[in-house]
Design a protein around this ligand. Structure first.
Ligand code: F6P
Length: 566
């Protein structure tokens, strides 16, 4: 199995203890049979129990990985050598861990009780972040109550029945994922729709379904400058004003629009008054913002109690992450499993498989949380990264995934580690369906581990009456190597509390990995260049003279223009 080659000059550029910790990991991965997970189970009947950690009912089983006792110890030592304990303390103390932007990453304050005392130290040194977050939360709760009981109505006097959240990236993926998870079965208090893509087809489809008189529009944008969001907000505004007839106009914008933003001035310029702006501070990153005002769509659609339970669940995970010993700490363990797979085994992808239709956007959310956070190749001090960082994250709910990409996960050339997620109890009454679902989750993990040998395939074919020539030709195609890693995250029910725990589990996993890789998990400069170029190209597509481009881009722009004109 491919492994990352050790960085040639690591001992010259890393602190000796850190270089040793990485070297130890590489040495353990280079042992003969280092990827043989089946052998670890054969040698240790207690492995499953030893490699399982819990937070109440939330169970993380990482036994189906090739991490043995020595590798586990080496991973913990690596975490310690990178200063994980100190990093965690600085994170919760509100230090400016986002060094390239001089900001804290204090999303934990958004789910903390008022008196939790989390401070955004850099923010003037006087901001009690948890107190601020609680005050904004109280405003949100009051607003939600008034929408739900009809005290707040649209410009024509109708009650709001539908929420349209306009936002992209963290202002869309998190709230959309959670809202859809929490309302799929029960239906929710209000209908919710999410508009993210600037592609006009997306809004055209929505506009056909929605009644402007009963639609509350949330413009979710931390910066209130994101091109896609502001373009869609302008389209929604025009649609609303036109659709409300005589009741349309500026007053209608004030009645129907809400801003979820850290930029109150820009929201005011759009026509949204301060009482309709729900804010948060710069210590909340976009992909960590679903707990803030950006989660208003969740509270409106699923109800305030659900939103509060979500925050409670995340806070429970925060406390666990903050206080549990590394060897029992779920985010730390999940992070170390990932480090083993990326840096010891050389795997470059991570598959997320929730066996739960309600989590159909979970992988989409994690794609941003993981890849926008740790898809970096520069260390905190500006030097090039010495070790591979974030893998490609992808996923779909099971069992759908089994009928699309799982072929590659079982038989592709490079193993792809999988996270399976499963609730023991469903929130519907078709227990037969849930048993089939669960059986498939366990079977996939078992198949990845056990595989199927050539001998077993041949015996099976012989028993089915195949002749020797057919067996020789077909058997290789039916062999599964096995020894393919997975972790399983099992919990009692997927309620709001557990969903909060799950999202926070992955957020902290990402922070731990960022610490170990030595990158800044809280900036996202990699999305900027394309935005800037799109501005210039957009002007060219609108008729300005075409500027300097590479030959391919120039030819494509010319062809695009010709096709539009022809
Ligand atoms: O894609 C880059 C990004 O800045 C994300 O980090 C963020 O979630 C998204 O754009 C949306 O930004 P905003 O909330 O400011 O509109």
């Amino acid at each position: 199995m491919p492994r990352e080659s050790p960085p040639p000059s690591s001992s010259l550029t890393e602190a000796p203890s850190l270089a040793e910790a990485w070297a130890r990991l590489a040495a353990l991965a280079a042992r003969p049979g280092a990827g043989d997970i089946r052998a670890l189970f054969a040698a240790d009947p207690g492995r499953a129990a030893r490699c399982t950690a819990m937070l109440d009912d939330l169970t993380l089983d990482w036994s189906k990985t090739a991490i043995d006792a020595q590798a586990h110890a080496a991973l913990l030592a690596l975490a310690e050598a990178t200063g994980l304990g100190g990093f965690r303390d600085r994170l919760f103390a509100g230090a400016a861990v986002n060094v390239s932007e001089g900001r804290a990453a204090m999303h934990m304050a958004l789910r903390s009780p008022r008196d939790a005392g989390l401070h955004a130290v850099h923010d003037g040194g006087i901001d009690a972040a948890s107190r601020m977050a609680a005050a904004e939360r109280a405003r949100m709760a009051d607003f939600v109550a008034r929408v739900h009981d009809g005290r707040l109505r649209g410009a024509t006097g109708e009650r709001f029945t539908t929420v349209l959240n306009i936002g992209i990236g963290g202002s869309d993926l998190g709230p959309r994922m959670v809202t859809e998870a929490l309302t799929m079965v029960g239906g929710g208090v209000m209908a919710a729709h999410f508009l993210s893509n600037v592609d006009g087809h997306a809004f055209a489809g929505l506009a056909r379904q929605l009644d402007p008189a009963r639609t509350l529009v949330l413009v979710a944008s931390k910066t209130f400058t994101t091109q896609e969001t502001m373009t869609n907000a302008a389209a929604a505004r025009a649609w609303l004003v036109a659709g409300l007839g005589e009741a349309g106009g500026e007053a209608a914008v004030a009645a129907h629009f809400v801003a979820l933003s850290a930029n109150e001035a820009a929201a005011a310029a759009f026509g949204i008054g301060a009482e309709r702006v729900f804010g948060f501070r710069d210590w909340v990153g976009g992909r960590y913002s679903l707990w803030s005002a950006v989660g208003l769509s969740i509270a409106l659609a699923a109800g305030w109690a659900q939103f509060a339970a979500l925050l409670d669940g995340a806070w429970a995970m925060d406390q666990h992450f903050r206080t549990a010993a590394p060897a029992e700490n779920l985010p730390v363990l999940l992070a170390l499993v990932g480090i083993w797979h990326v840096n010891a085994m050389g795997y470059r992808a991570q598959c997320i498989l929730p066996y739960d239709a309600r989590l159909h956007r979970f992988a989409a959310h994690l794609q941003q949380v993981e890849m926008e956070s740790n898809g970096k190749s520069v260390l905190l001090d500006g030097r090039a990264a010495l070790h591979a960082t974030c893998p490609v994250v992808f996923g779909e709910p099971g069992t759908d995934a089994q009928h699309s990409f799982m072929q590659l996960v079982h038989q592709g050339t490079t193993p792809v580690p999988v996270d399976f997620l499963l609730a023991a109890r469903p929130d519907h009454d078709r227990d037969d369906a849930h048993r089939i679902l669960a059986a498939n989750a366990f079977a996939q993990a078992e198949a990845l581990l056990a595989g199927k040998s050539r001998t077993a395939v041949e015996a099976e074919m012989r028993a089915a009456g195949a002749d020797a020539e057919t067996i020789a030709a077909i058997a290789p195609h039916r062999v599964f190597s096995g020894n393919r890693p997975s972790t399983t995250i099992l919990f009692r029910r997927l309620d709001a509390h557990t969903l909060g725990r799950l999202v926070a589990l992955y957020e902290h996993k990402v922070a731990v990995q960022g610490c170990i890789w030595g990158v800044n998990s809280f900036d996202q400069w990699g999305v900027e260049l394309g935005k800037v170029l799109a501005g210039g190209i957009g002007r060219e597509l609108a008729g300005e003279a075409v500027g300097a481009h590479d030959f391919s881009t120039a030819a494509l722009i010319a062809r695009f223009r010709a096709l539009r004109e022809g």
